[in-house]
Design a protein around this ligand. Structure first.
Ligand code: ASP
Length: 324
C-alpha cells in the first residue's frame, strides 16, 4: 500500500509572511513532515508546481491526471493532490471527468496558511492520504477531502472565502467522513464513463461564462462569445434571463452550444414550469441546453472538455443530460 502525493502550491504550502504576504514555497516533503501521523503511512512525494491555484490551467491538470494514472499503473494505492482551494472545485471536477481508474484521486488544500494559528493543512493532508489509501474509496472517481469530510468532485463547491468549513456539496452532502482516522463512506454515487480529450484541440477550444444581473447589458454577449466555441449562462433562479437576452441567446445557440445554469449555487434549473420570455421553457425552445444540477463553473468545465473531445451539439446535449 502506498500513496503518491503531487503538490501544486496553494495556501497549504505558503510561508514567509513579510511585507508582501505569504507565497507558495513549501515542498511536499516539508508539508508531510509537519503532519503528525503521516510518517506511519507510506508516501511518495512529487513536487509538480508551486503556484497559487489561480495560475493552474486545464493542460496542467490533464498532465497531472496522466502522471497520477502512471503512478497508479506502477502500483500506487491512491493519489493525493494538494493545491489552492480557490479553483479546486473546477480542477477536481475536470480531473473527475477524465480519471479512468478505480484507485482514488483525492484533492485537498487549506484555508489557513502554515504561519497562522491552527492551520488546517496538516489535518487535511492526513485525511486525504487516509482516503487515498482506503479500499472503501475505490471506484468513486475524484474525491475532495477537507475538514474531515469526503466530497465527490462532481458535487463539491467552495462556499466561503475564509472558513475552514468552506467545502460543501449543497445538492448531495458529503459522501463520507474521516472519523478517528477511519474512512467512513455513507453513499456511493455511480460513476460516468471518462471523457476522451485531445490536448491540442483543448488549446483552441474556448468557452465563455456570463452571469446575468438585474438590468443587465445584452450588448456584452456578442463580445463575450466572439472567438469562443461555447457559452455557459448563469441565469437567475431556476434558469431565467432578462427578456432582451432571450433572442440574443437564441441567436448564439444557432452558432454554438449555449448551456443554461443557475447562478444561485444550489439546485437545478427547471425544464417545464415557467413560460415568460427569458424563462427556462422559452430559452430551451430557442436552443439552449439545460445544465440541470451542474453549477456554472462545473458546466463550463464539462462544456470545454466535450468540445475539445469533438462533441457536436447533440453530443453536448446528451452529455449534459447525463452529468446534469
Ligand atoms: N489563493 C489561494 C489559492 O487558491 C487560496 C488557497 O490556497 O486556499 O492558491
Amino acid at each position: 500500500m502506498s500513496v503518491v502525493l503531487f503538490t501544486l502550491g496553494g495556501t497549504i504550502a505558503m510561508a514567509g509572511a513579510g511585507p508582501t504576504g505569504v507565497v507558495t514555497r513549501l515542498t511536499g516533503a516539508e508539508l508531510a513532515a509537519a503532519v503528525p501521523g503521516l510518517a506511519d503511512l507510506p508516501l511518495q512525494v512529487r513536487d509538480v508546481q508551486a503556484v497559487p491555484s489561480a495560475d493552474l490551467t486545464y493542460r496542467r491538470i490533464l498532465d497531472l491526471v496522466a502522471e497520477a494514472g502512471a503512478a497508479v499503473a506502477d502500483g500506487a494505492t491512491g493519489v493525493v493532490v494538494t493545491q489552492g482551494t480557490d479553483t479546486l472545485e473546477e480542477t477536481a471536477f475536470l480531473a473527475d471527468l477524465v480519471w479512468p481508474h478505480p484507485a482514488p484521486l483525492v484533492f485537498t488544500g487549506a484555508m489557513r496558511n502554515p504561519t497562522l494559528a491552527g492551520p488546517d493543512g496538516p489535518a487535511n493532508l492526513l485525511a486525504a492520504v487516509r482516503v487515498a489509501a482506503a479500499p472503501a474509496a475505490r471506484d468513486l472517481g475524484v474525491l475532495v477531502a477537507v475538514n474531515d469530510e469526503i466530497h465527490a468532485a462532481r458535487y463539491v463547491r467552495k462556499t466561503h472565502s475564509t472558513s475552514t468549513a468552506t467545502f460543501a456539496s449543497p445538492n448531495a452532502g458529503p459522501l463520507g467522513h474521516v472519523i478517528e482516522g477511519e474512512v467512513r463512506l455513507l453513499t456511493r454515487p455511480a460513476r460516468h464513463a471518462p471523457l476522451a480529450v485531445d490536448p491540442d484541440r483543448l488549446a483552441n477550444t474556448r468557452v465563455a461564462l456570463h452571469t446575468v444581473t438585474v438590468d443587465d447589458d445584452v450588448a456584452l454577449l456578442d463580445a463575450l462569445a466572439h472567438g469562443r466555441q461555447g457559452l455557459v449562462v448563469a441565469g437567475f433562479g431556476v434558469g431565467h434571463v432578462p427578456p432582451a437576452f432571450a433572442p440574443a441567446l437564441g441567436a448564439l445557440a444557432d452558432r454554438m452550444p449555449v448551456v443554461l445554469t443557475s447562478r444561485t449555487g444550489a439546485g437545478s434549473v427547471l425544464r417545464h414550469t415557467y413560460g415568460a420570455v427569458g424563462s427556462e421553457t422559452d430559452l430551451q425552445r430557442r436552443g439552449l441546453i439545460n445544465g440541470g444540477l451542474l453549477d456554472p463553473y462545473k458546466a463550463k468545465v464539462l462544456l470545454r472538455l466535450l468540445l475539445a473531445g469533438g462533441a457536436d451539439r447533440a453530443g453536448v446535449a446528451a452529455a449534459f443530460a447525463r452529468h446534469g
